[in-house]
Design a protein around this ligand. Structure first.
Ligand code: F6P
Length: 358
């Protein structure tokens, strides 16, 4: 193996640069060359490649985002061009030709479920691919943890710390809406570590009267403020998730958002306590990765190069317990990891008396 190409796909995530750096540094140890593909699979279709030498990754370990750029739009198997307006075409042969022309022996795809599915399709066409799981949502079944998750939780927890002071001073209910798509990991971990009184997650449909009661009971105990964390995918029992917008022709056609505002209105009209809503949004995806994510990202990058070296293709690296393992991409994709009823952190939340809305 002489030349590896690497790309980042899907939403950005703290730790992407740490992975890119680890891939380049580790490949360098083995005398392998690395090139970067810009803006995910768009760059693979357009042949937008850049050399990635040791100097190019110097100093990027603490940086958020990705030096390669990313997109959650472009699927080479249904490609619509940069403006997204054309009819979908299968441009996978172009990708294969571009990589061959650039002398690429193996491709490392750093992405969430959508990008890893594309990686799997290329693998079945004979491309030598290794995947690295990425998402702040931590919702991939194949791995105990994705890098970026801990940083997102730390950001949400800090927001909760800040909201506490205002909530207490003004005797208000403060609602923090966090990301996570169809999984409540960010809300659960941030809620427990940020001292939330109520945590609402998609896995546990909530009953408004339970949430209202938790706020009222706190007030009776002299605590005239309450802190609620709500995951963007949370919804009332018998109700729907709140969709902020929909997209045509995208791998992920739905963007969730707005449950915080709905809950705030419902709660205020029910118990009359002044309520404010903060939507943390993309702040959760930005900034420097925390120690845990830098370490996990570095381990993933090194492990992916090991997989290339051992010619173990069609695989994804994953964290299981303390070990980084390899599993087939086919086994890894399409499996959503939600918070199970027996999750230890969920049980801690319940034993702390945090209202989960059920
Ligand atoms: O998957 C990561 C994530 O940040 C989700 O938590 C969120 O629902 C979504 O991406 C937002 O996507 P976009 O960047 O397209 O707004």
């Amino acid at each position: 193996m002489a030349k590896i190409a690497v790309l980042t796909g899907g939403g950005d995530c703290p730790g992407l640069n740490a992975v890119i750096r680890a891939v380049v540094k580790s490949a360098y140890q083995y005398g392998m060359e690395v090139i970067g593909i810009r803006d995910g699979f768009r760059g693979a279709v357009e042949g937008d490649f850049i050399p990635l030498g040791i100097q190019d990754v110097s100093g990027i370990l603490p940086r958020g985002g990705t030096i390669l750029g990313t997109t959650n739009r472009d699927n080479p198997f249904a490609y619509r061009g940069a403006d997204g307006s054309k009819t979908a075409e299968d441009r996978s042969p172009v990708v294969l030709a571009n990589l061959e022309q650039a002398g690429v022996d193996a491709l490392i795809v750093i992405g969430g479920d959508g990008s890893l599915k594309i990686a799997l399709e290329f693998s079945s066409l004979g491309l030598k691919v290794v995947g690295i799981p990425k998402t702040i949502d931590n919702d991939l079944m194949a791995t105990d943890q994705t890098f970026g998750f801990q940083t997102a939780v730390a950001t949400a927890q800090e927001a909760l710390d800040r909201l506490h002071s205002t909530a207490e001073s003004h005797h208000r209910v403060m609602i923090l809406e966090v990301m996570g798509r169809y999984a409540g990991w960010i809300a659960l971990y941030a809620g427990v570590t940020g001292g939330a009184d109520v945590i609402l997650i998609p896995e546990i449909p909530y009953q408004l009267h339970k949430v209202a009661l938790a706020v009222e009971e706190r007030a009776k105990r002299g605590k005239k403020f309450s802190i609620i964390v709500v995951a963007e995918g949370a919804h009332p029992e018998g109700g729907e998730m709140v969709v902020e917008r929909t997209f045509e022709n995208r791998p992920e056609p739905v963007k969730l958002g707005g449950i915080g505002a709905k809950l705030g209105q419902d709660l205020e009209s029910r118990n009359g306590v002044e309520t404010r809503v903060t939507v943390l949004g993309h702040l959760q995806r930005g900034g420097s990765p925390v120690t845990y994510d830098r370490l996990l990202a570095s381990r993933y990058g090194v492990a992916a190069v090991d997989a290339v070296l051992e010619e173990d293709f069609g695989t994804m690296v994953a964290l299981q317990g303390k070990e980084i393992v390899r599993m087939s991409l086919a086994e890894a994709v399409n499996k959503l990891k939600q918070v199970p009823p027996t999750d230890p952190v969920l049980l801690v939340a319940r034993n702390l008396g945090i209202e989960m809305g059920d």
